[in-house]
Design a protein around this ligand. Structure first.
Ligand SMILES: Cc1cc2nc3c(=O)[nH]c(=O)nc-3n(C[C@H](O)[C@H](O)[C@H](O)COP(=O)(O)O)c2cc1C
Length: 206
């Protein structure tokens, strides 16, 4: 199974890219293949009408977006890792969802939301991801999610004694969620094959 992970942080040295790589390693140890899109290092312009084919704006997207889109289309499931920035998902991640548009790239495929806070936040981006990032692209979030608080202390090579209990809890919960994502991904293959998931008459979800 191929799982694509998107890290929404703007900071290459942030916790989200590190945690995304940690999760990718866990998946690879289970025999899955992974694709990691780190938005802190993968420069993507803001959405423009080139994605709708406008002359003069379209050509760059063939180089910048088409290879990413191919990787995402090839994936069976997704993990969206969002930091909390002032109670929101970061703008690079919001732009990523604009770039997805309403094509079939991620449609009717399961996604696990993972949110990352250096403090004790992390609930706002869960709400934002669930409410505002899948209407037209039709990605399907699992009913469970993972909020990583005190992120600087989590999934590190060395665990401080006072962080051991929470790290054990989060490691176990992540393990459970990755199993759940895999089982959803298997089941959703038959949902996509049912023929009920596309209807050009209702392309924009309303
Ligand atoms: C612009 C900005 C705003 C932030 N706002 C919040 C916030 O509202 N709540 C919070 O818990 N952490 C906030 N943080 C800290 C992040 O939670 C912290 O950096 C965490 O590690 C996730 O972001 P990262 O992946 O970029 O490191 C903010 C960080 C930045 C850079």
């Amino acid at each position: 199974m191929k799982i694509a992970l998107i890290s929404g942080s703007h900071r290459p040295t942030g916790n989200s890219p590190r945690i995304t790589r940690f999760i990718a390693n866990q998946l690879e140890a289970k025999g899955h293949s992974t694709y990691v899109l780190d938005l802190s290092t993968q420069e993507l312009p803001f959405w423009d009408e080139g994605l709708w084919g406008m002359e003069g704006l379209a050509a760059k997207w063939q180089t910048l977006w088409a290879p990413i889109q191919t990787e995402l289309a090839d994936a069976d499931a997704f993990i969206i890792v969002s930091p909390e920035y002032h109670g929101m998902m970061p703008s690079k991640l919001a732009n990523f969802f604009l770039l997805l548009g309403n094509g079939a790239t991620v449609a009717h495929k399961p996604a696990l939301a993972v949110t990352v806070s250096a403090g004790i936040s992390g609930a706002y981006p869960v709400t934002e991801l669930r409410a505002f990032t899948s209407k037209n692209n039709r990605m399907v979030y699992l009913p469970e999610h993972l909020i990583i608080r005190n992120a600087g202390e989590v999934f590190q090579p060395e665990t401080k004694p006072e962080q051991a209990e929470s790290n054990t809890y989060l490691t176990g919960r992540l393990e459970w969620l990755l199993g759940m994502l895999e089982s959803y991904a298997t089941a959703f293959q038959s949902i996509r094959a049912s023929g009920y998931t596309t209807n050009s008459k209702y392309a924009n979800g309303m």
